[in-house]
Design a protein around this ligand. Structure first.
Ligand code: PLP
Ligand code: ZN
Length: 418
């Protein structure tokens, strides 16, 4: 009923084969299903009565049964109607799908709950990933829950402190490399090809992306099966945009929705190979040697899933845009101050990108837009403190505080007696 299929040459591989790239052409793999069988299965299932979460969609997931599921209660994140921010931007309908509400604070948990469950089905004992931070935090947590060994490779000094703290406290073997994320990913891919007992859970792993597609299902269900016109999200290694697009296409194939939103990918100016290819109408990306941005989560120069992402953007009629670090940080502040949503810089790039596209006349004020904020603001407290006003310090006396706040010294008796 399911198998792994090369997105380039169409070659098929067994669902339980541990394989990361097509053996025939080196292309990326995706999980494919017999959708007629799947449609029949979901018609008989009570999935629509389950609470919103990744596992509400168990029938759509590539796992064999429920006995091995490793869950920390992922998904079911808020789809926040952001009217104050929408008004400021000049648009009518803005929602934020806030993935910081996941157990380790990012969308990666959707992928890891499925990826680690698959790892147990495949009887592996050690899992590995390269990471700009969130993947390592998430993998470390799910490996701990499953009792698996976990190794993470991260670029030395280039990941946010909160994420490093998570990977360490969950007990992963943390290896900092003197090199960037792209280098780390090359190494873990080579390592896991060479040492078959080490299972790779970067987004090149199609099973992980199956978990991440649940984000699209949830958006459809939260909007009563009226998909938004556009979904805007940050793009780094490009797994997430591909997974979410696959989710929407599946809901359409299964007759659950009748259209697909325009997938709109946002990259930081200093790390934007996919946005550049889309803007220049090129078929292929030109990797960037030394990617740079304050949004360390998307500081990636050679995104491994670029082909899937370009397919998602082009086939959905979407687009891509770049944003500067300044625009990202401004958007981070706006979202916090006007909507009470504290997200990390990479996540805020979705808001910054929407603002830029709208101002350039590339999106319409009437569109229903969902911006995905991918990770929690507390992941990177240093940045939050840097962009905010410093707290005032005064003597611990009521008079000093009244003076500072400009409050009059005598309160009316009525207020006091209440
Ligand atoms: C917070 C955050 N946003 C966006 C991304 C980019 O996701 P992808 O690599 O799937 O494009 C990442 C990846 O690490 C991330 O941690
Ligand atoms: Zn192939």
């Amino acid at each position: 009923m399911m198998y792994q299929k090369c997105i380039v040459c169409g070659e098929k591989f067994g669902a339980d084969e541990i394989i990361y790239l097509c053996r025939r052409c080196g292309g990326l793999l995706e999980v494919d299903y017999d959708y007629d069988l799947l449609e029949a299965k979901i018609k008989k299932s009570d999935w629509q009565s389950l609470p919103l979460s990744v596992w509400r969609y168990k029938d759509f997931m590539p796992i064999r049964g429920s006995s091995k599921i490793v869950s920390l209660t992922e998904g079911g994140t808020g789809l926040h109607s952001c009217q104050r921010l929408a008004r400021i931007l000049g648009i009518k309908h803005l929602y934020v799908k806030n993935e910081g509400e996941n157990p380790t604070g990012s969308f990666k948990d959707r992928g890891m709950t499925v990826g680690i469950t698959k790892a147990l089905e495949l009887n592996v004992e050690t899992v590995i990933c390269a990471s700009t931070g969130n993947t390592s935090a998430s993998l470390a947590a799910y490996a701990a829950k499953a009792g698996l060994q976990c190794i993470v490779l991260i670029p030395s000094g280039k990941i946010a402190y909160g994420k490093l703290a998570q990977a360490m406290v969950y007990g992963a073997k943390v290896v900092q490399i003197r090199g960037n994320f792209d280098r780390a990913l090359k190494i873990v891919l080579e390592l896991s090809e060479k040492h078959r007992e080490v299972y790779l859970l970067n987004s090149i792993n199609p099973y992980r992306l199956e978990g991440q597609k649940s984000l699209a299902y949830e958006i459809c269900d939260q909007l009563n099966r009226q998909p938004p016109d556009r979904v805007v999200l940050p793009v780094g290694n490009a797994g997430n945009i591909s997974a979410i697009w696959k989710g929407f296409t599946e809901f359409r194939k299964l007759g659950l929705v009748d259209r697909i939103p325009r997938m709109t990918g946002i990259q930081a100016e200093g790390a934007a190979p996919i946005a550049q290819a889309i803007k220049n109408g090129r078929a292929e990306i030109v990797p960037i040697d030394k990617p740079e941005t304050v949004a360390t989560a998307i500081r990636i120069g050679a995104p491994i899933s670029w082909k899937k992402a370009i397919r998602a953007i082009r086939e959905s009629g979407g687009t891509a845009e770049t944003v500067s670090d300044e625009e990202i940080l401004e958007a981070q502040k706006m979202l916090a101050r006007h909507e009470g949503l504290f997200v990390e810089p990479a996540s805020a790039s979705s808001i910054a990108g929407l603002k830029k596209l709208f101002e350039a006349g590339k999106t319409d004020e009437d569109e229903v837009v969902v911006c995905v904020t991918t990770g929690h603001g507390l992941k990177d407290p240093d940045i939050a403190i840097k962009i905010s006003e410093k707290p005032s310090e005064v003597d611990a006396e009521i008079e000093s505080i009244e003076r500072l706040l400009g409050l009059s010294r005598y309160m009316p008796a009525t207020v006091i007696s209440r």
